[in-house]
Design a protein around this ligand. Structure first.
Ligand code: IMP
Ligand code: MG
Length: 183
């Protein structure tokens, strides 16, 4: 759906579908150059990173493999629960593989610092992070993504895979959610 289909719930469109597509192409070009001559395994974090994975992988002018992991650090609201749970592990053996974790947003960094730590103990050749969004003011854990689409203010956003209580993931754009929705 478009922002016009959820107008009452949204305050402000931060990034349009076209802007997201263009930024992901730039990131894909950078990734392709950095990993030239190396095999590459993209690891998407379910469920939020589904859209980023679909578009970033197709923007890459080369072969990649894809696998998925599901972890949860959130309850059902807008605040992290502070506890990370592994819900679905990788199907791939990542030893000696170049792994690029694909995520849609880094908020506190809790999820990704836990994940990078966990992947780091499996003898991967390298583990890096690509995220479409990052909230630098919310960061409490040391996470250093190699590829960042945009830094955004510390506000709750939805769309393009990002949800509030499982809604708005299918919004084409990324927008700030009106407080009336969650208060
Ligand atoms: P972190 O562990 O605090 O960095 O949170 C990571 C996860 O929380 C993300 O992958 C999202 O699933 C979710 N999240 C964080 N901020 C937002 C937001 O503004 N909107 C929707 N989901 C978010
Ligand atoms: Mg997520």
């Amino acid at each position: 759906m478009d922002a016009s289909h959820a107008e009452q719930d949204l305050v402000n469109v931060l990034f349009t579908e076209a802007q997201i597509t263009a930024r992901l192409q730039e990131m894909a070009d950078e990734i392709a150059a950095d990993y030239e001559g190396k095999d590459l395994l993209l690891v998407g974090i379910l469920r939020g990173a589904v859209m980023v994975m679909a578009d970033l992988s197709r923007a890459l002018p080369r072969h990649v493999e894809m696998d998925w992991i599901a972890i949860s650090s959130y309850g059902s609201g807008t605040k992290s629960s502070g506890v990370v749970r592994l819900i679905k592990d990788l199907d791939t053996d990542i030893s000696n593989r170049h792994v690029l974790v694909v995520d849609e947003i880094i908020d506190t960094g809790l999820t990704l610092s836990w994940l990078v730590n966990s992947l780091g103990s499996r003898n991967a050749a390298s583990v890096e992070i690509a995220t479409l969004l990052r909230k630098p003011d919310a960061l409490t854990m040391p996470v250093e993504p190699k590829y960042v689409g945009w830094d955004i203010p510390n506000e709750f956003v939805v769309g393009y895979g990002l949800d509030y209580r499982e809604k708005y993931r299918n919004l084409r754009d990324i927008a700030t959610l009106s407080p009336h929705v969650y208060s």
